[in-house]
Design a protein around this ligand. Structure first.
Ligand code: ZN
Length: 263
């Protein structure tokens, strides 16, 4: 499928917005994002390999504490990233707390290991997060889907961070006629001030990393769960800072998504 003409109109786009509640503990908000990004899409199949680039690990003790953000039309299969191509990401490092880059790298490493998805760091950017961020920005990123944008934000830039929310994630899924929906890009915003303060406390590094892992969990397709033993529980806490059995089971399933070179 090419992306020209009427096929663009046949495709659906959806931004899922997730707000992770924070250390201070307000419930999370989940909802669809209604602002469609501008039309346009790259030449299909950028970097698409014939086979998955990696494989999720076998989870020795599968858990049931996981939920998917989006399902395919069958109502069962999760929407996931294409495992046959890398997930590129850029980081807006302005305002990062000390060690922020290492925290992001560690969190990305955990999600990559748990899903088998291959993440590629494309370096720094000065792009600002936006709910209406276009999924395709050829002037900035070339003929491909825009990389995932990870940014540190203050409450002055993002008023949600004036509340107890400490992180947000959005992913953009696309469908091509007759093919499964697949995530093609996304955004993660991190509360720079709250997490910087957390990092000065004992155990703060593990907690801050867990917040980022939680947001990346959303990015790859996990929703919130009711089990406080899982990292996808909507409130960060000092006890659970590692992926739980449900998290790992859900992430492994998300690593088995279909390859969709038509996008
Ligand atoms: Zn969340």
């Amino acid at each position: 499928m090419d992306g020209t003409g009427t096929q663009v109109g046949e495709q659906t786009r959806r931004w899922a917005l997730l707000l992770a509640a924070g250390v201070l503990g307000v419930g999370a908000v989940t909802g669809a994002w209604d602002d469609s990004p501008p039309l346009g899409q790259p030449t299909p199949g950028h970097e698409a390999s014939a086979v998955a680039l990696g494989a999720p690990p076998l989870v020795p003790f599968p858990g049931t504490g996981y939920r998917f953000l989006d399902l395919q039309d069958d109502g069962l299969t999760p929407v996931a990233w294409d495992p046959c191509r890398p997930v590129h990401y850029v980081v807006r490092e302005a305002g990062s707390p000390p060690g922020g880059r290492e925290l992001i790298e560690a969190a990305v490493g955990q999600i990559s290991a748990a899903t088998g998805l291959r993440f590629v760091a494309d370096g720094a950017t000065d792009e600002s997060p936006s709910p209406a961020r276009p999924g395709y920005q050829p002037q900035r990123y070339g003929d491909r889907w825009a990389p995932v944008l990870i940014a540190w934000q203050t409450a002055a830039e993002n008023s949600d961070f004036a509340t107890d929310v400490v992180g947000q994630a959005r992913s953009l899924s696309m469908t091509s006629p007759g093919r499964p929906a697949v995530y093609v890009t996304g955004q993660v915003s991190l509360d720079a001030e709250t997490l910087a303060a957390q990092l000065t406390a004992p155990g703060g590094s593990a907690l801050a990393r867990a917040v980022i892992v939680h947001e990346l969990g959303h990015l790859v397709g996990l929703g919130h769960v009711d089990q406080a033993s899982e990292i996808m529980y909507p409130r960060a806490n000092r006890v659970i800072t590692e992926l739980g059995p449900g998290d790992r089971t859900g992430l492994a399933r998300l690593g088995h998504g279909p390859c969709v070179p038509e996008l």
